[in-house]
Design a protein around this ligand. Structure first.
Ligand code: 13P
Length: 249
């Protein structure tokens, strides 16, 4: 069956020293998590190697990777570079990458393939804008993001992914999706996966919720049958709140 996962997305926060300290605190508190949830910290590229030295139970991820293999792409960091730090996960398609860096479905599909080719597990983000939800288009938006970003993968490769549903209107706004809204759309996402790859693949895919998920609301969100954990922004920057979320299953 699918894994329960709590992943922190640190975004562009913490210096290297602050990040190492945070990772040490998360690792220390992770010992008190008695469920079998997978705990992941996704850090800035600059922190990966040092954070890796500070964690054991907690797993490591990056927040992005390049859409090209190697070469003259100044400032980019490839999937193989990420993997060489000991990271095992990589967030791909975060709404901030889509919106601010113009990452299209086609670019994201390339990143996913490069991540998989380097044995990284993509945490692939999808989610609608407020205007799209208000227009009643949210189901179509997430289905289109799945289809264009992922649905040319083989069933075997798709089975390696983690999906994160993050409604853009809930990210960093303090405005969380209700438990019912989360369950409703996670179910739609799982059904779309089942229609493409079959029920077994769909049932084995972890679908995380992200967007103002915190130590107060995580338990209610995670109690839903199709919500398999969270992708956590702000609340992942404090070890105690992050670990409280990990205990919320
Ligand atoms: P917040 O938890 O800060 O809303 O961020 C969510 C997110 O974007 C995680 O990727």
């Amino acid at each position: 069956m699918r894994k329960k996962i709590v992943a922190g997305n640190w975004k562009m926060n913490t210096t290297l020293q602050e990040g190492v300290k945070l990772a040490q605190e998360v690792e220390a508190l992770a010992a008190s998590v008695s469920n079998d949830a997978l705990i992941i910290v996704c850090t800035p590229f600059t922190h990966l190697t040092e954070v890796k030295k500070s964690i054991k139970k907690v797993k490591l991820g990056a927040e992005n990777c390049a859409a090209e293999v190697s070469g003259a792409y100044t400032g980019e960091v490839s999937a193989s570079m990420v993997a060489s730090t000991g990271a095992e996960y990589v967030i791909i398609g975060h709404s901030e990458r889509r919106a601010y860096y113009h990452e299209t479905d086609e670019i994201l599909a390339k990143k996913v393939k490069l991540a998989l080719a380097n044995n990284l597990t993509p945490i692939f983000c999808i989610g609608e804008l407020l205007s799209e939800r208000e227009a009643g288009k949210h189901f179509d938006v997430v289905k289109s993001q799945l289809e264009k970003g992922l649905f040319d993968l083989s069933a075997e490769d798709f089975g390696k992914l983690v999906i994160a549903y993050e409604p853009v209107w809930a990210i960093g706004t303090g405005k969380t999706a209700t438990s019912a809204q989360a369950q409703e759309i996670h179910k739609v996402i799982r059904e779309a996966i089942a229609a493409k790859y079959g029920k077994t693949v769909a049932d084995n895919t972890s679908i995380l919720y992200g967007g103002s998920c915190n130590d107060k609301n995580a338990a209610e969100l995670f109690a839903n049958p199709d919500v398999d954990g969270g992708l956590i922004g702000g609340a992942a920057l404090k070890a105690e709140s992050f670990i409280t979320i990990a205990k919320s299953f």
